[in-house]
Design a protein around this ligand. Structure first.
Ligand SMILES: Nc1nc2c(ncn2[C@@H]2O[C@H](COP(=O)(O)OP(=O)(O)O)[C@@H](O)[C@H]2O)c(=O)[nH]1
Ligand SMILES: [Mg+2]
Length: 209
C-alpha cells in the first residue's frame, strides 16, 4: 500500500527562504527582518531611520500585515520603494510571500531590504524569510516581562531596539530588568534605545555597518 507523506510546513518555508536568500545575494541586497508586537513602533522606526540611510544606501521595504496597506502608504510617503504583503489573516510572514514581494522590487537598485513582519512575538520567530539579520523591537509600554515570556524571539535577535523611551517615566517598565532578561537569552546582540524625539544615530550606524 502506498504511504503518503505530508511534510511539515517549515520544510517548504526553508526552501522558499533559501530562494529568497539566493536572489538577494545575487543582487547584493542585505535584508533585515523586523519583528515585535503590534504597535511597538516598527513602522515609526523605519520612518525615522530610512531617511538617515537613504543618502548613502538605497533601501526598499516589504510591509507585512494581516490586512490593509496602511504601513506601505506611510513608507511610500517618505519616497522609499515598498510593497505591502497582506497575509489575509495569517499571524506571520512566510518566505513564499516574501519571495513574491522581493520579485516585485527593483533589486538591482537596492542595497538594503527591510521586512516589517506581522506584529506578533511568537510565530514570526519560527519562519526564516531569507534575511541576513533580525531586528527585534520592544516598546516600554509593553512591560519588561516580555523578553522572559517570549525568549525565542530575543534569543535569535541580531539587534534589539527598545522603543518609546520618551514614555519610560510614565510607565513601570524596569529598563535594567528588561535588559538583564534579554542578556539571559542573548549575550551578543546590541541593545539600542529609540524614540521619536532622539537621534537614532547608533542604530543607523549599526544598520549601515
Ligand atoms: N510616544 C511615542 N510613540 C511612539 C513611538 N514610536 C511609535 N509611537 C506610536 O506608537 C503607535 C504605533 O506605532 P507604529 O509605528 O505604527 O507601530 P507598529 O505597529 O509596530 O508598526 C503610533 O501611534 C506611533 O505614533 C515613540 O518613540 N514614542
Ligand atoms: Mg507597522
Amino acid at each position: 500500500m502506498e504511504v503518503r507523506i505530508l511534510r511539515r510546513l517549515e520544510a517548504k518555508n526553508e526552501a522558499d527562504a533559501a530562494a529568497v536568500r539566493d536572489l538577494l545575494a545575487a543582487h547584493n541586497v542585505r535584508a533585515i527582518n523586523i519583528m515585535g508586537s503590534p504597535g511597538c513602533g516598527k513602522t515609526t522606526l523605519l520612518e525615522r531611520v530610512l531617511p538617515r540611510l537613504q543618502p548613502r544606501f538605497r533601501c526598499g521595504v516589504l510591509e507585512g500585515d494581516l490586512f490593509t496597506a496602511r504601513d506601505a502608504e506611510r513608507i511610500a510617503a517618505i519616497h522609499v520603494p515598498v510593497i505591502q504583503l497582506e497575509t489575509q489573516g495569517s499571524c506571520h510572514l512566510d518566505a513564499a510571500l516574501v519571495h513574491r514581494g522581493v520579485c516585485e522590487l527593483p533589486l538591482a537598485d537596492l542595497d538594503y531590504l527591510f521586512i516589517e513582519n506581522v506584529g506578533n512575538l511568537v510565530c514570526p520567530a519560527n519562519f526564516d524569510l531569507g534575511e541576513a539579520a533580525r531586528l527585534i523591537v520592544l516598546s516600554v509600554t509593553e512591560g519588561h516581562d516580555k523578553p522572559e515570556k517570549y525568549p525565542l524571539l530575543f534569543a535569535r535577535a541580531d539587534a534589539i531596539v527598545i522603543t518609546k523611551m520618551d514614555l519610560l517615566a510614565h510607565t513601570n517598565f524596569d529598563l535594567p530588568a528588561a535588559e538583564a532578561d534579554i542578556r539571559k537569552f542573548n549575550t551578543n546582540a546590541p541593545i539600542f534605545h529609540f524614540d521619536t524625539q532622539t537621534d537614532p544615530g547608533p542604530l543607523v550606524d549599526w544598520l549601515a555597518g
